[in-house]
Ligand binder design. Sequence first.
Ligand SMILES: Cc1ncc(COP(=O)(O)O)c(C=O)c1O
Length: 481
Amino acid sequence: MTTDARIPAQPMDPEQALRVLETYRGADVPWREGRAFGYVFDARHAALEAAKRAYVAFLSENGLDPTSFPSLLRLENEVVRMCANHVHGDERVVGNFTTGGTESILLAMKAARDWARAKRPEITRPEILAPITAHAAFHKAAAYLGLGIRTFAVDPLTCRADVTAARAALSDQTIALVGSAPSYAYGVVDPIPELAALAAERGLWMHVDACMGGVLLPFLEKLGEAVPPFDFRVPGVWSLSMDLHKYGFCPKGASVVLHRDKGLRKYQIYACSEWAGYTIVNATVQSTKSGGPLAAAWTTLQTIGEEGYLALARDMREATRRFAAGIADIPGLRILAQPDMTLLAFTSDDFHVFHLPDLMKRRGWYVQPTLGTGPLREHVHLSVTSANVPHVDAFLADLRAAADEARRLPRDETAKEVGTMAAQIDPSTLDDETFGQLLAFAGMQGAGVPEATAGINQILQELPAPLRKAILIHFLNDLFV
Ligand SMILES: Cc1ncc(COP(=O)(O)O)c(C=O)c1O
């Protein structure tokens, strides 16, 4: 049990330690078999062996101080230039390598905040303005950075940001406007030129979140797909986040944040001259940081190469079309938006869609349940990667069977009743006892990793946002020791 774990008095045999690690993986999502539609972006590419070796080779090099490790400075500059050129940045575009999309977004929003402090001093309660489909990382950035955040609607048919709603939601405190390319939830690209024009008109920082699409969309464009404009070719785009550990297929801990020029990037950088130790000047959140992810990202980009990425892009896009058509053909299921890339959302009007992840799990698949927010429907999400490509037919057959099974399940009103009852709970007073009762109503035995999630998700779906949040925090607080 984790609570009994101690550093062993006698060292464990290294081979034994590795064997034990292997056994720990037993209940993980089945990504190695190509049966998971999230979390792991698996290219099934021979190049990844070299990337793993590069990761280990640079594991101990420290990115804390780029002047002490010129190797890492060179690698970072080369990775950033490859990314900047890929999204059509000119020679003035600069950026940094970060640990992931969240960090890239956090840094872009820190830059926006500090830019506004310098250039818009009349703004005293700065706010981010983002479509309701923008990633949670913007809300997290707002929470961490002491910013406000307002959301605006998306078009109900296309699920793209509604520019008229954005205009209506602007306030005299808005400092930054956000668009996604594409949004995680619906896989569609927002109207970036219109949003950027609005930002320019109002003197706002414009950030494009291309964490999902930054690598893949330009390759799809090269393949002749109609990719909506989203990158530095669009006037008014000031910064852009693009993840390498998603559709760049680099090992995790790899993303890039780019700025139109150095004059903007300087607001991202943090320096401290108020302490007694070594000089601190950091472009990113971490100080000490392993060179492993950076070396692995450089190696992946080099060794997959444009030729490899184009082949991957073609296969994944083609598979996504087949997944979308196949899902739309299953009685009771419907796709929520026609995807611009390789992300899919679908729901059901016949039965509770949250049964599907459990029923698919029993058939050996991982698909992601997604709670509805405001007017947006609860749904199931698929991020299609290369490893899923050979499994389209098998997946669709199992999904059809799972949907048949879900349709025959008796209608259960417990979630609605519990939701109505629980809505009375004051989130700030949520205690272990109430939490335990909620889990019991959801058919769950105590805390821990749940076997089935339909019950708890149906209840969460019914709850007001503040209580949902309190329950999620309680859950995670119990999960970790
Ligand atoms: C559009 C978008 N932005 C940001 C993120 C956050 O990225 P990360 O999980 O690497 O922090 C994600 C993650 O899925 C995403 O899809």
